[in-house]
Design a protein around this ligand. Structure first.
Ligand code: NAD
Length: 484
């Protein structure tokens, strides 16, 4: 399958059927049929086979979910903090117990390599519930002297790149603060949220506290249409264009809003960096999860004096990546999430070549069925090139150079986004100076793509506003003082 010098035998993860063939909407603590009467199949992007069929929620279904969340709010918001903590701990433990099954399902539904869903997504999901369980009875310390109160019903809309992790990032803080929720997973990856619904019921979460409605953009629009009319807070993670539409829909309704949007993050390598370590950071920065990462290090800035050496090292490392079956434990790069996303990436690959950048990609066979893209590097990229400006959301790296730290800062900040950045240098003073001057919500020093439930994550500018994680993330889910 790959040109790797190491011949790896296939190491498929065993797949026991754990799914039902068909799922309804999770409303008021149980699965119900959608009043819309519509259903759609969630497709495994590595095989193009359906994983299961799910309901396509219409406006009436969403209104029913919001009503269930409203009904549950008075009691849940007054539930003793220690009781809420007990439930969140229980949910975390149950996810941990079922984590292998959830990891397999995440890879089947979304295309990501099993070693990532198993070793990155699921541990972070569990950590998020554990972390927020700890906050339930400490909110008065987190907001000292401010008497934090829950907001009410939260409408939460999430993307497909980290389906269960995004659900955890939304639900855990909302529940810890005493809110109730209506969560809408992305249309290409609804399955793990539905299994999570089973877990919530199994753990004894009171009915209506979390409601899960599957569907596409229309179901999302039905949630934002109820902002101020049953929905007290909208939390969205997804693309910047949709984030702007949601900001318009929510404006003036009185509902609170947080937006976690796209990125075009810089990864900056100085000549004094530990180069092989930096290569690993660049690999993780752009090829982790097929590059379907909001904070992907998709713009690489290399100090000019080491450009050729660094790119040679990076190309050598790229050629060792194993692309293929997401359920093979050796796979490094899995399937592209959907046909639509593959088409988008292909348009960017064409634009990169048409605008004059040099394309390097690995020469590997790709499976006949499914949606695949080879890890790709564009060198000789200019800041005006499309591949340097727009979020590709695929395994495509745009390489540029710089000569001085000042130029690195200017070029890195020359973007409409501001989600993350990486700096590679052995000089601590330079690292700190760079981190102060980069316009990014997160700056990683000599590492990349590190997450922790206790560390706030979020963006500036067109990457959105609001933070998720840590005590900063709680502020999105509480009212303080006299207002909302
Ligand atoms: P998307 O914006 O197309 O869809 C996100 C979600 O919004 C889906 O559930 C979709 O059904 C729903 N939706 C679409 N149109 C809607 C509308 N008009 N009103 C309400 N809901 C609507 O994004 P995507 O393609 O699923 O995800 C990729 C994007 O998400 C990338 O831009 C990525 O950078 C971003 N992302 C950001 C973060 C972060 O924390 N900043 C994390 C993950 C992904």
């Amino acid at each position: 399958m790959t040109t790797s010098p190491f011949a790896y035998a296939p190491a498929p993860e065993s797949v026991r059927p754990v799914l039902k063939p068909s799922y309804g909407l999770f409303i008021g603590g149980k699965f119900v049929e959608a009043k819309s009467g519509k259903r759609f199949a969630s497709i495994n992007p590595a095989t193009e086979q359906p994983v299961a069929e799910v309901a396509d929620a219409g406006a009436e279904d969403v209104a029913r979910a919001v009503a269930a969340a409203r009904k549950a709010f008075p009691k849940w918001s007054k539930t003793k903090p220690a009781e809420r903590a007990k439930l969140l701990f229980r949910i975390a433990r149950r996810i941990q117990e079922r984590s292998r099954e959830l990891a397999v399902l995440e890879s089947m539904d979304g295309g990501k390599p099993i070693k990532e869903s198993r070793d990155d997504d699921l541990p972070l999901v569990v950590q998020h519930f554990f972390h927020h369980a700890g906050w339930c009875d400490k909110l008065t310390y987190a907001f000292a002297g401010a008497s934090p109160r829950p907001i009410g019903v939260c409408g939460q809309i999430i993307p497909w790149n980290f389906p269960l992790m995004m659900a955890a990032w939304k639900l855990a803080p909302a529940l810890a603060c005493g809110n109730t929720c209506v969560l809408k997973p992305a249309e290409t990856t609804p399955m793990t949220a539905l299994v999570l619904a089973e877990i919530l019921a199994e753990c004894g979460l009171p009915e209506g506290v979390v409601n899960i409605v599957t569907g596409g953009p229309d179901a999302g629009r039905a949630i934002t249409a109820l902002a101020g009319k049953g929905v007290d807070k909208v939390a969205f993670t997804g693309s910047t264009d949709v984030g702007k539409a949601i900001a318009k829909a929510v404006a003036g309704t009185g509902a609170k809003l947080t937006l976690e949007l796209g990125g075009k993050s810089p990864n900056i390598v100085f000549a004094d960096a530990a180069l092989d370590q930096a290569v690993e950071g660049v690999v993780s920065g752009i090829w982790f999860n097929q590059g379907h990462v909001c904070c992907a290090g998709s713009r690489l800035f290399v100090e000019e004096s080491i450009h050729d050496d660094f790119i040679a090292r990076l190309e050598r490392r790229m050629k060792q990546l194993r692309v293929g079956d997401p359920l093979d434990k050796n796979t490094d790069v899995g399937a592209i999430n959907s046909k639509a996303q593959l088409d988008t990436i292909r348009r960017y690959l064409k634009a990169g070549a048409d605008e004059g950048a040099t394309k390097l990609e690995i020469a590997c066979d790709l499976p006949k069925k499914g949606f695949w893209c080879r890890p790709t590097i564009f060198t000789g990229v200019q800041p005006s090139h499309t591949v340097a400006r727009e979020e590709i959301f695929g395994p495509v790296l745009a390489v540029m150079t710089f000569r001085t730290p000042e130029e690195a800062v200017q070029r890195a900040n020359n973007t409409t986004y501001g989600l993350s950045a990486g700096v590679w240098t052995e000089k601590a003073a330079r690292a700190l100076e760079m981190s102060n001057r980069l316009t990014a919500g997160v700056v990683w020093l000599n590492t990349f793509n590190r997450f922790d439930a206790s560390a706030p994550f979020g963006g500036y500018r067109e990457s959105g506003f609001g933070r998720e994680g840590g005590c900063q993330g709680l502020s999105a889910y509480v009212s303080i003082g006299g207002g909302r």
